[in-house]
Each structure stands twice: as C-alpha cells, then as structure tokens.
Design a protein around this ligand. Sequence first.
Ligand code: NAD
Length: 456
Amino acid sequence: MKLAFAGAGFVGIVYGAMMAKKGNSVTIYDIDENKISALNDFCEGKKNSLPIHEEGLPTILEQAYKEGLLRFTTDSKQAISDAEVIFLTVGTPSDAQGRADVRYVNAAAHTIGKVMKEDAKYKLIVTKSTVPVGTAKRLEEIIGTYAVGKFDVASNPETLAEGKAVKDAEEPQRIIVGTESERARRILSDLYAPFFFPGEKGICFMSPESAELTKYACNTYLASQVVLTNMFANLAKRYGANWREILEAIGADPRIGKFVHPGLGFGGSCFKKDVSALCQMMKDTGAVREDYEVLERIIAQNEAQKHALNPLLKQVYGESLDGQTLAVWGLAFKKDTNDVRDAASLRVIPDLLQMGAHVRAHDPKAAKEFLKEIGAMDVDMANLEICKEKYAATEGADGLLIITEWITYRQPDFAELREKMRRRIIFDAKDLMNYQKMQEETDFSYYAIGRPDIVR
Ligand code: NAD
C-alpha cells in the first residue's frame, strides 16, 4: 500500500519505517527541513545524523531506504497526492491551559484537504497522534470543506513506548482502531495483518470517540501507577521498609502488573500532557471537581517526586551544596532513548546548581539534547560540565547521583569509583544497584528511593 506519514517525530519515523519494513511504500513528510535533511543524510550514509535514538531503528531505516520503500520529504503535496492512506503523527503538546494543542493536527488536515481539492481519488486519513475526543469528526469537517472525492478519517492512537519503540511497533500488544466506515476497517485490517499471526485477534475496533478516549485512559492508568508506586516507595523509606521486597509481592499480582518501579516520576512527552488534557476534557464535559481532582494530584505528586533526592542531599551535605562536586549519571527521561522532554535531569540538575554544587554529568545518548533543553531554561550553567565518559564525570566528586536506568550504570566498577571520587556516596534514584552488594561488598554510603539508607 502507498502510505504517507505527516510528522517525522518519534512516532512517524518508527512507524513509517516499520510499515516500510512490512512492504508498504512509505513517504514521511515534515515541515521541519532540518529534520528531513538529517534523515536523508542518515539514509545516504551519514551515520551520526539520525535525530532519534531507538534500538534497531537504524538498520530498518537503511534497509527500507535501500529497497526504495522509504522516502523523507518536505513536499507534503506530493506525499499526500501519492498516498492511499495518510497517517497523522504530528505533535499535540499542551497549550497554556493544559489542553491538547491541536494546531498541528488542524494544519495537517488543511494541507491534506487542499490536495484533495484537486484529486478525487479516495483517501483514508488516520490519526496516530494523541488527540482530544471528537477530533476525528472535526477533521472530517475540515477535510470535507475541500475534498472533491470520497474519504474517511479513522482514529488509530499509538501506544508505543520510547526506548523500545521498534519492538512495540513490530509486535504490538493490540492495535486500537476507531472508525464507523467499513472501507476504512478493511484497509486497516489489511495494513495491520502482517503484524499478527493468521487468526490472531490483534485489532480492537471501536468508534472514533472510544479510540480517542482509550489512549488517554491507557496513559492515565500508567501515570497513576507510577505516582502510587513512588508514594509507597517514599513511605517504605520513611518506615525503613524495603520497596524491592514489597515489589516482588506486588508484581506477582497480575491485577497490578509489573509497571511499579520507583524513581523520580514519569517524564517524556506524553504522560503529563495527556493527563492534563484529560483533566481539561473532564472540565469541558461538566465533570465534578471530585472526579478530575485526582488527575491534578497525579501531575502535582509527579512534579514533587522529581525533587525527591533533595531531602537526602540535605541529610548528607546540609542546606547548601557550596563546595560540593556532584556527578550525575543519566540525562534522558528513561534508558535507551535520547529524549529529554520532561526528564528528571531537567529538575535535578537545576536544583543542584541552585544549591551551589559543581555538577559533572554524563549520558550515553542524550547529552546534546539535554544541553539544548536546559539552555532554553533560566539556569546558570557556569558550574555544569558534561562529560563524555561516565567515570570521568565522577572525578573529584563528593557524591554520585544515578537518575536514568541505563544498563551501563548498573554494575559500576567500584574500584574505579573509589579512585576517582572524593567521597564514597551514591544516590540511586532508579533502584539500580544490588542493595545486598552495596551493603556487604562495598564501603559506599548508599541512598536509594524506596530503600533504607546505608550510612558509612
Ligand atoms: P514529535 O514532536 O517528536 O514530532 C512531531 C513532528 O511533527 C515534528 O517533527 C514536527 O515538525 C512535525 N509537524 C508539525 N506539524 C506538521 C505538519 N503540519 N505537517 C507535517 N509535519 C508536521 O512528536 P512525537 O513524539 O512523535 O508524537 C507525535 C504524536 O504521537 C503526539 O500526539 C504524541 O502524543 C503521540 N505519541 C507519542 C509517543 C512517544 O513516545 N513519543 C507515543 C505514542 C503516541
């Protein structure tokens, strides 16, 4: 099938590449010329120009491009005109009130409509972006003001997770499709057929409104689980209980599941904006405060959690960090991605700098993105150094903070840390170290979220 993707972001690149891998002819277009030329450069062999880091993605892109199944362009008109199915994968950030800002979705719909004014061929427009309930209907109206031929708009919210996006796209747990059109249903069934074994029921069909709401429900359930987990981890620490032991028991309950690791709250581009948008939708539809207040609390508790290391730092160093050098391992919002949107590092490092520390930070993939993001904030960076190597970051450090769960940080060489660091203190926000080993085999003081302190 001939497909176009509007928006070469995380979702557009990963899903576009995956659809090409499944044999479709895919054109990904974007209004951002730099992004498109970086993607074309990468496919032409310029190794370091891929804008996103996702395991397995480079090979799929290279292969699909080589086979002529994948193109990147800024020529939206051509891409739309050639395609039978157009996926919308543009961003839907929060607006000033916390609603989903649908201006990019609307703009993309107008562009599609304008092409369809001159071309009567049937097209299916599919929203993969996370959009407020009612958007499919509204896009139908927008495109309908231009289109001379038949078309359908279907909702197909995307649930892939960064860091394992290729795997999620290739082996989806389920595909959500909202449509009332039999034709759209058939096209999407065909398109997704290669993602499931014959006879396997992989697609959940529903109305567009249900599909749009499903995505908000998924992210809100997950976000609330993170918040509850951190609440209990904080409480466990205050009681001297061990969250990891509790986790073993909780995780064994299939009604609760495994998504219960403590940390500095959720980050990334989705949970906060989607919970905020849902909260606004609740208000817009006349929900009572008691119903939507829980969503406001999820966001507030999560924000507070980003600063959860501060009391531990004060416990160890006192109110001021003047004269202290602190190493920070991890800048990405989670492992295996270079995305720093709403990452804990963007709260932790400004806190450390503000308290007077000298900060030496490292991340395997996200240093450039972090510098860009923090550079746009009102933060004095004179005392911030970004190090290319993780142990270099610990040189002369009075403490090491681990805030992203990259595997490379999991089993550090303690002899090297001992040699490099001025004081042997580790703050583990991701519960990454082996607690027993920290207790029995090292001489480091160890402060972790959800664990009793090991003080030396
Ligand atoms: P992103 O910000 O990484 O990329 C969006 C891209 O759309 C940008 O490159 C932008 O230049 C482009 N764009 C904007 N307007 C355009 C237009 N009119 N025509 C063509 N391109 C245009 O966004 P993302 O993280 O890929 O997310 C996209 C959508 O998918 C959002 O609604 C998000 O909530 C949802 N989503 C994201 C994830 C994720 O993990 N990132 C997962 C599931 C769903």
